[in-house]
Design a protein around this ligand. Structure first.
Ligand SMILES: Nc1ncnc2c1ncn2[C@@H]1O[C@H](COP(=O)(O)OP(=O)(O)OP(=O)(O)O)[C@@H](O)[C@H]1O
Ligand SMILES: [Mg+2]
Length: 259
């Protein structure tokens, strides 16, 4: 069974098509990096895979279940959304939020026991936030909240992981720890990982797929995509340049942003 299979998918909102003709499969050992310009449709694609927004047409299968609005298998995907800050009065502590990562695996009235708390503490340790466990989640900084959500996603051994810009707003040390963690998970666990990021180079020796979406275009490949300047210009605009140095790729625009 393929963990995630997307067939002839068209994504968008109401009458507005963001991209169509989307076809790809994520196998158990895939580390796929999803890139594209701002507003290109990365988050829309992720939300469609998760069943948060419906496809305009086509199908998404998660663990053999066709995602309609409610697909039970969707819960088996650990997901970190690209989000702003959670409101200050959000009524839960960081530990509560991390523990809620176990809810998909439990019956409604199951108690949270010592074992679950230990799991949560281990997840918090991994993201360096043990000392914040009792803080109200809404009082944490944006970067800390994001790290908390990464800990939540890793709880309870998900069957797939989808992270939408998990290191944006996260400081360089924590971002570097996160990247190591992703590569470690990819090497150790037999689950597909889909990562939306503008930061390809840290993953370049490990990624199995590059997925690009933008300006209504879609393509799946590997490093061949980064070497196809005509395609990248269609996606990012005419001013894009790519420099390949020692196996790393630097995508530069007029304002010299890395991608
Ligand atoms: N709820 C919505 N209703 C209507 N249009 C939306 C909605 N959310 C996003 N869009 C539009 O869909 C397009 C794709 O947005 P999306 O958030 O998927 O881009 P993205 O590639 O994730 O961008 P970024 O790099 O900024 O995160 C944008 O033009 C955006 O304005
Ligand atoms: Mg986005």
């Amino acid at each position: 069974m393929r963990p995630i299979a997307v067939t002839d998918l068209s994504i968008g909102y109401g009458d507005r098509v963001i991209a169509d003709g989307i076809n790809f499969v994520l196998e158990k050992n895939d580390l796929a990096i999803l890139i594209g310009p701002n507003g290109g449709g990365k988050t829309t694609l992720v939300k469609t895979i998760l069943g948060i927004i419906p496809p305009l047409s086509g199908t998404v299968e998660v663990l053999g279940c066709t995602v309609k609005h409610v697909c039970p298998h969707r819960k088996r995907i650990g997901y970190v959304p690209q989000m702003g800050r959670v409101p200050e009065h959000f009524p839960a502590t960081l530990l509560d939020v991390v523990l809620s990562g176990l809810f998909p695996y439990k019956e409604r009235f199951d108690r949270i026991g010592k074992e679950e708390k230990e799991l949560a503490m281990r997840a918090l340790e991994e993201v360096g936030l043990v000392d914040k466990k009792d803080e109200p989640f809404g009082n944490l900084s944006g970067g800390q909240q994001k790290r908390g959500l990464v800990a939540r996603a890793l709880m309870g051994h998900p069957d797939a992981l989808i992270f939408d810009e998990p290191t944006s707003g996260v400081d360089i040390a924590a971002a570097s720890d996160f990247r190591k963690k992703i590569i470690e998970l990819h090497n150790k666990e037999e689950i597909p990982i889909l990562l939306v990021t503008h930061d390809i180079n840290p993953y370049i020796d490990h990624l199995t797929k590059i997925i690009v979406i933008g300006r209504g275009r879609f393509r799946v490949g590997k490093l061949d995509i980064l070497r196809d300047i005509d395609f990248l210009r269609e996606i990012y605009g005419e001013s894009i340049k790519v420099i390949e140095v020692e196996g790393k790729f630097y995508l530069l625009s007029g304002d010299f942003h890395n991608v």
